[in-house]
Write a protein that binds this ligand. Sequence first.
Ligand code: SAM
Length: 354
Amino acid sequence: MNRNDIITWLREECSDRLLTLWAQADAIRRAHVGDAVHLRGLLEISNYCRRQCAYCGLRCGNANVQRYRLTREQIITGACQAAENGYGTVVLQSGEDINLTGEMVAEIIVAIKQKTELAITLSLGERSIDDLIVWRQAGADRYLLRFETSDPDLFVAIHPPVAEEYPQRQFLLGELQGMGYEVGSGVMIGIPGQSLGSLADDIIMFSRLNLDMIGVGPYILHPDTPLASQANVPLIADQAPDTVLMTLKVIALTRLMCPDANIPATTALAVLDPQAGYETALQCGANVIMPNVTPVNNRDAYDVYPGKTNVFDAADEFDQRLKQRIRAIGRSVSVGRGDSPHFLASRRSSVQHA
Ligand code: SAM
């Protein structure tokens, strides 16, 4: 599929034709990653952030956020909760919190590995090469770092550099691969100023970057961010819409371009469609969901975008209901780590070539 083919699909409005796209993506998903849905326990370990991202409620300029950082014990308890729920992976996510030091995170990784069989995914933003190496050596398995948009001008506009700048996200993704991490990235859909052509470039970039995991979700306006004040500014010609439909198209096209990657049905999509967002994404190419295992008292404060906490109301019941919803559409709940088939295949081929 070339750029024009992708753009044609992104513009497609005929529901019958779109049914053929969903069916193709679903068939490719089944053939390459199977029917099991992998569940990852998402633990939001700190909402401190040194960044000023124009889209994100955690930006350091947002004084309306009550900041928290979980203790070592709370993080280990949260990871054990993920293991008890039967999830094969815990995802430790935070703002770019410099007080979450390399050493502290490494100790936590070691402790979780001693207590559980969980795979550990980190999503801690742009960190130094030294930290990333230390965490991998401590036992971290995977790293998630979205490049947010492949348009370099738009990226800088929404993600301004900070004083002591680490290397750019796309460079870091290559470094992470070299360190042996299973690597994930992704974008937001419908960022003001993002065209359909730019979205097509994002999908092509997923394939070029050789990613193991790809997460895409709609951009959701946060009232306490600079992008909110631009909400009424006329959009560019060919603006990508921040809708459920556009997100499903991007998921399906991503599955066609990257058949053996793990692709989540994201929380942001479930915010826009709480009733059926997870199910429709799973039927358009997705194979992962990330239930929240953050302590209930901290969830509101991890205020990346509005509406997030409504998806996971009544934490304990959510887990059971989610598993029922997965089975109700004829899918199974995965047991085990759920490594990306793309990662396992590239590791096998590098062993053969060694
Ligand atoms: N600080 C880490 C980082 O930047 O990679 C991880 C946490 S960050 C909150 C996780 C993701 O949330 C970002 O990569 C971004 O795509 C998404 N996000 C942030 N603000 C959003 C918004 N307003 N709407 C939708 N997604 C958003």
